[in-house]
Design a protein around this ligand. Structure first.
Ligand code: SER
Length: 389
């Protein structure tokens, strides 16, 4: 099942059960949101999970483009992406979590064809503030799905304050041979779907108060689900990544971790630019700048003549299209990437020249860093890189 079919099966399943399909929000959060980017499908729905009635009703479904920088250092492995899509379903005060978990098993087994023996769940086992999530535990036991109880791994919140609650994660066995161990003991278990029982609001002082209405928020990473359905060990092996891995290795001959990092960062950068972000020194622009510069640093390690100008338009346009952005924006994406490439190249040349001065041949002190930053615009991380050359 490819990515498009997977989306259709998911959204149809929930539409047949009375869920209204919502359009995805932009990646960039509006001013006033303490978080820069949309990090999950529930993120734009926060006020409704806190109790406000949603104009489209109490059963919702969507596909949301998301960006997570928390995992940036893990990008390059086989399961983490910076920009990805999340399939989500919500009950805003409608059905309870047990219904949500029952539908989850039904969809994974009957809709997506996953063998029941490849499923495992985790459930919140309680802490000093709240008891264990016995409702979810009982539901999984009735469904015959093995369960592991954990602590803070099964408590979900989107930030220091706001709606939160215990969650139940569903894992699919994707390892060698028959399933063994549990999600916390064997990495062959891949987390695919998270069901959050939104029951509390967390306040600035860390205290919890019950929400006026209990909701269920679920989210499933699309690329990771397609990976598991196809029996692949890598998100970079799914259909939508094949054009990226094919082009990037053909153009620049990079392999392994470097190939995965370049594909993730360039694809993510295209979508971020598609949502009107431009590289800059802080906020959204800084995240974009880091994505592009990490890409270039990786590409230039072996050949500084490599240029993003070689990226085919179809690759950029196809990516925008899949993320629900106008494919005609690919020209703009290219312009922004090349402009940032030019700036970074100029900065590196200036940095090399300045660092070749007698004064900077030894170890750099705080005064040197300050001077190089304030006078020459050379950030510390870049200096570290140049001195490794
Ligand atoms: N909020 C949960 C998550 O992001 C489920 O949607 O994993």
């Amino acid at each position: 099942m490819d990515t498009r079919q997977t989306v259709t099966v998911f959204t149809d399943f929930f539409a047949e059960r009375g869920h209204v399909s919502l359009p995805g929000a932009r990646l960039v959060r509006p001013p006033g949101d303490p978080v820069l980017f949309t990090t999950s499908g529930m993120h734009p729905l926060t006020p409704y999970l806190e109790g406000r009635p949603h104009p489209r009703g109490e059963r919702l479904v969507n596909v949301q483009r998301c960006l997570r920088t928390t995992d940036l250092d893990e990008v390059g492995d086989h399961t983490h992406l910076t920009v990805f899509r999340m399939l989500g379903s919500w009950s805003l005060g409608g059905y309870e979590s047990s219904q949500s978990l029952r539908w989850a098993r039904e969809l994974l087994v009957d809709g997506f064809g996953i063998a029941p023996g490849r499923l495992h769940a985790t459930v919140f086992g309680g802490d000093d503030r709240t008891g264990p999530d016995t409702g979810s535990l009982r539901t999984w036991q009735e469904l015959g799905v093995p369960v592991e109880l954990t602590g803070e791994d099964n408590w979900w919140s989107n930030g220091p304050t706001g709606p939160c609650g215990p969650d139940s994660e569903i894992f699919v066995w994707n390892g060698d041979g028959p399933p063994r161990g549990t999600p916390t003991t064997d990495p062959g278990w891949v987390e695919v779907w998270n069901h959050v029982m939104m029951r509390y609001r967390r306040h600035g002082d860390g205290s919890l108060t019950p929400l006026p209405r209990r909701s269920v928020d679920t989210g499933m990473g699309l690329e990771r689900l397609v990976m598991v359905l196809g029996g692949s060990r890598s998100v970079f092996g799914v259909d939508e990544f094949l054009p990226w891995t094919g082009e990037v290795s053909r153009l620049w001959g990079v392999e392994g971790r470097a190939l995965r990092l370049v594909c993730d960062h360039l694809r993510s950068a295209a979508v971020v630019i598609g949502d009107d972000v431009r590289p800059g020194g802080n906020g959204h622009g800084y995240v974009l700048r880091r994505l592009v510069r990490r890409t270039l640093t990786t590409l230039w390690r072996h050949d500084p003549s490599r240029t993003l100008a070689d990226l085919p338009d179809g690759l950029l346009g196809g990516t925008l299209d899949r993320f629900g952005q106008p494919p005609a924006g690919s020209g703009r994406v290219r312009e922004v990437l090349l402009d940032e490439e030019h700036r970074f190249r100029t900065l590196l040349e200036r940095g090399r020249k300045v660092l070749s001065r007698q004064r900077f041949t030894g170890p750099l002190g705080e005064d040197d860093y300050r001077y190089l930053h304030d006078t020459h615009g050379l950030p510390r991380e870049l200096l570290g890189l140049l001195r490794q050359e």
